[in-house]
Design a protein around this ligand. Structure first.
Ligand code: FAD
Length: 375
């Protein structure tokens, strides 16, 4: 379960979420606006951007802190939770793949809350296969020129800089590199994606990169290493995404429990039906199993013990359990659960996303199968 050293960050996130996230959940879901005011509050409280290592001014959160905190963010609201978590999305890539000089250049402003970051890997032609992206980065003297399109880039409009994943060679796995691209670079354009059914307060964009020039010094790690660096980065990300499922499932389960106890049908609470009680208990079983696996997987990833297997297993299990739990919660709400304003309905709409992003669950099972450990 939550290790001792992640309990303080979890408690701080829970308190912050109760004060700033939960009360604003419905309004941001309805408006679909990016919650910049809440992001700024979280940055000021040292709760966003906290993955930045301590030597660059951050809180030096571990993966356990991240999981503990996202459970709380997503329990309070998925869309605002995702916006809060992704403030340092690109910064974490720099922390994992960048040199000390690059970290000193890019990370302090994220730690102080002055900058927001992102990561652009997915393209309109597909996001499941990291070795299939077609955006190119061509070397010209001391610069790279980046051309292509990216899709679903979180923070694409609001970020100060984005880490862009692009092709620098012909090889399938050895032909990709990562670049820090300030969003005010000529040729960078971001158009918001609209019409999302859930996670509405988080913001994604379609990017056009048209002759975007960045110094060669903005390349993270050696040329051709991008695929491998991003693949290990996603092992971290998938533990956090397991936390998204757990947080949303917790929200739906709490809402369902409250509803069936409050709601009286012909003088008796809905909760008096034994089948209703059993559905709650089954959901709780699924929830506890998913959470236990997520924390076990987190330990394995932190210990670098077959991280691809554990992260994929945790992500696919937690998000699938969360889909089932939120569906039960909506069912137990009856017609009320079909109204967008209810907490169960919001979780039900939000929960479809983590099953797909950071690699759809079919891809997670491919990964788990190909990294199968001996017992
Ligand atoms: C809210 C949100 C935020 C996001 N943020 C970011 C971000 O910040 N940066 C970024 O780079 N991307 C981001 N993404 C993109 C996300 O990671 C991709 O949507 C995801 O990887 C799936 O890619 P795709 O949508 O292109 O689906 P596709 O690759 O077109 O796949 C479609 C479906 O086909 C099936 N499928 C695909 N391949 C296989 C296979 N090998 N075996 C079996 N079935 C398969 C799966 O069911 C999959 O869902 C975000 C997405 C969302 C929704």
């Amino acid at each position: 379960m939550v290790p001792e050293d992640a309990r303080d960050s979890k408690a701080a996130a829970r308190e912050f979420a109760a004060e700033h996230v939960r009360p604003n959940s419905e309004a941001y879901d309805a408006s679909g606006e990016y919650p910049l005011d809440i992001v700024r509050e979280a940055q000021a409280a040292g709760l966003a951007g906290s993955y930045v290592p301590e030597e660059y001014g951050g809180a030096g959160w571990t993966l356990a802190d991240r999981l503990a905190v996202v459970e709380e963010w997503f329990r309070a609201d998925g869309g605002i939770g995702l916006a809060l978590q992704l403030v340092d999305f690109g910064a974490k890539v720099v922390a994992m793949a960048g040199s000390p000089e690059q970290q000193a250049q890019w990370l302090p402003a994220v730690a102080t809350g002055d900058e927001i970051t992102g990561l652009a890997a997915t393209e309109p032609s597909g996001g499941s296969d990291l070795a299939g992206m077609t955006t190119t980065a061509r070397r010209e003297g001391d610069e790279y020129v980046i051309d292509g399109e990216k899709y679903w880039t979180s923070n694409g409009v609001v970020a100060d800089w984005i880490v862009v994943y692009a092709q620098t060679g012909e090889q399938r796995h050895d032909g990709y590199s990562l670049f820090v691209v300030p969003t005010d670079t000529p040729g960078y354009e971001a158009e918001p994606i609209t019409g999302k059914m859930g996670l509405r307060a988080s913001q994604q964009a379609r990017l056009t990169l048209d002759g975007v020039r960045v110094p060669a010094a903005n390349r993270l790690g050696p040329e051709g290493e991008g695929f491998y660096r991003l693949a290990s980065f996603f092992n971290y990300g998938r533990i956090a995404v397991a936390g998204h499922g757990i947080g949303l499932a917790a929200s739906a389960l709490e809402a369902a429990w409250a509803y069936v106890h409050d709601r009286e049908l012909y003088d008796d609470p809905v909760a008096d039906n034994q089948t209703v009680q059993h559905r709650l208990v089954e959901s709780r079983e699924q929830f506890e199993a998913a959470r236990a696996l997520a924390w076990t997987a987190c330990e394995h990833v932190m210990a670098d013990d077959n991280p691809a297997f554990w992260a994929s297993l945790a992500k696919s299990h937690a998000t699938r359990a969360a889909e089932e739990i939120t569906q039960t919660a909506v069912q137990l709400h009856g017609g009320e659960g079909l109204r967008e304003e209810t907490r169960a309905n919001r979780a039900y709409r939000d929960v479809k996303y983590p099953s797909i992003y950071e690699g759809a669950n079919a891809i997670q099972r491919d990964l788990a199968y190909s990294h199968w450990p001996e017992r």
